[in-house]
Design a protein around this ligand. Structure first.
Ligand SMILES: [Zn+2]
Length: 473
């Protein structure tokens, strides 16, 4: 009996606006508990919310990038529930007229492309945080009122692999749009999984929702676990209970938290304290005109216009900091291929070795461009090139000064090269005889000896040419 997996995703992205959605409190992460709080976000009686225009703009940006229709007249609704981290006992959210609808995001898994439909994106406010110790529970309202976008997909995923491909692409889209910093460990992007099984061609089965995964890896594990759990129940003739489950990454399992609520359980109603808003043409057009080039668009351009290999293009767009460095370096050096090789090779290696994340990379593209000119112009060899890149990376040295001080300039002087070859040949007459008798392999050995004599600074092309002609004499 073959079960088909059906997965839908709800992704919450915390927006990187400076202030909260309905007040001027800071959204910055951390801080002493209850220091980023005012009467509005603490839900004091009698206060009124004032909508942060940037939140709407960020939502439109994401909606356009995900091919959504923008709802020109949209409004907020109240979602009522009681929980200690929610001082107002309701969350301002959107149910009836979410800001973005009917979009899609194309993913690729195992070489196959697939469009995942986005049902809607809505704006809402985050809740606070509960901190428990042995004696008591404490409330921290710093996160209360931080703006969120909830991105709801259709149940279009059939495997964990598809979910991860989607999350990766959504993550890079959010980052390139500069709407969310996507730090999973700080909870700025969270995903809930809705999963059910059905027999091929049958109606959708009963689904569960799994929450509380704090890494992409945990999401993949939670999906695998839930598929297995539901399969076991169904194969034993049991029934799946509609519920919300909490993932425990240490134990590698989830457990039921509560039965899953339906929308009517929340008694949604239109938010009376906020006016409906109208997004006019001028506003929409200005957001559209200012959309940055996205990672996948960059990849396409690097491959098609610059002739960069697909695999390198993926590395170059892993973070916008890296693609920005690549583009500056390409432009300054006038050599995109060398720029791509330098970044995907040496720079990535050095970053890995010193545990530097792409967002923290800072290196002078001007200095790297100088090095590209020196190596492609035959002034330094590849060994000296690598050594100087590392010196620029770790100590921000001036490349030309460094090369002069270390004596790394390539020997391009005919006389010096001819002398070195003469000395090597007279020291290795046996090899010369062997070569002249047709044993061509000896060439590499002689070449190596000459380079050694030149202290590794010989110009390989020139040494090769001179050595060949001297051996043929
Ligand atoms: Zn506030």
């Amino acid at each position: 009996m073959k079960w088909e997996t059906v997965i839908g995703l709800e992704v919450h992205a915390e927006l990187s606006t400076k202030s909260k959605i309905f007040c001027a409190c800071s959204t910055s992460y951390g801080g002493q508990p209850n220091t980023h709080v005012c009467p509005v976000c603490a839900g004091m009686p009698g206060v009124l919310p004032k909508l942060n225009r940037s939140v709407v703009e960020y939502a439109i940006r994401l909606g356009l990038a995900l091919n959504c229709t923008i709802t020109r007249d949209c409004k907020f609704d109240r979602k009522n529930y009681f929980y200690p981290d929610l001082p107002k006992a309701y969350q301002v959210s959107q149910l009836y007229a979410p800001i973005c609808r009917d979009g899609h995001l194309e993913i690729e898994t195992e070489g196959k492309k697939k469009a995942i439909r986005i049902r809607e994106i809505h704006m809402e406010e985050d809740a606070g945080k509960l901190v428990h110790d042995a004696r008591a529970s404490y409330m921290d309202f710093n996160r209360c009122g931080v703006p969120l976008l909830e991105i709801v997909s259709q149940p279009d995923f059939q495997s964990g692999g598809e979910v991860l491909a989607y999350l990766e692409k959504l993550r890079e889209t959010l980052l390139y749009l500069e709407v969310c910093d996507c730090k999973m460990q700080e909870g700025s992007i969270r995903a809930d999984i809705n999963l059910s099984l059905r027999k091929e061609g049958e109606e959708l089965g009963v689904r569960t929702e799994t929450k509380n995964m704090n890494s992409f890896k945990a999401i993949a594990r939670a999906i695998e676990y839930e598929i297995e759990r539901q399969t076991d129940i169904l194969e034993d003739g049991g029934k799946i209970v509609q519920e919300t489950r909490r993932w425990d990454d240490d134990k590698g399992e989830s457990y039921g938290m509560r039965s899953k609520e339906n929308a009517q359980d929340y008694r949604y109603f239109p938010e009376p304290d906020l006016l409906p808003m109208h997004i006019d043409d001028a506003w929409l057009e200005s957001v559209k005109a200012n959309l940055p080039e996205l990672a996948w668009q960059k990849r396409e351009r690097y491959v098609c216009d610059l002739g960069i290999a697909e695999s390198s293009a993926v590395v170059l767009t892993v973070h916008k900091n890296i693609s920005a460095l690549f583009e500056t370096l390409s432009q300054k050096s006038g050599n995109s291929l060398e720029a791509a090789n330098l970044i995907t090779g040496e720079i990535m290696r050095l970053m890995n070795n010193s545990n530097i994340l792409p967002e923290d990379l800072s290196i002078d593209a001007e200095k790297l461009a100088v090095l590209i000119a020196l190596v492609t112009g035959g002034k330094i060899n590849r060994g000296a090139y690598k050594e100087t890149i590392e010196a620029v990376f770790t100590s921000n040295v001036d490349p030309e000064k460094y090369i002069a001080e270390k004596g790394l300039m390539m020997v391009n002087d005919d006389k010096v090269v001819v002398e070195a070859i003469q000395s090597v040949l007279s020291d290795n007459m046996d090899s010369v005889t062997e070569f002249r008798a047709g044993k061509e392999k000896v060439f590499g050995f002689l070449m190596g000896q000459v380079m050694k004599k030149l202290g590794g600074k010989g110009n390989p092309d020139m040494v090769k040419k001179t050595l060949t002609s001297m051996l043929e004499k």
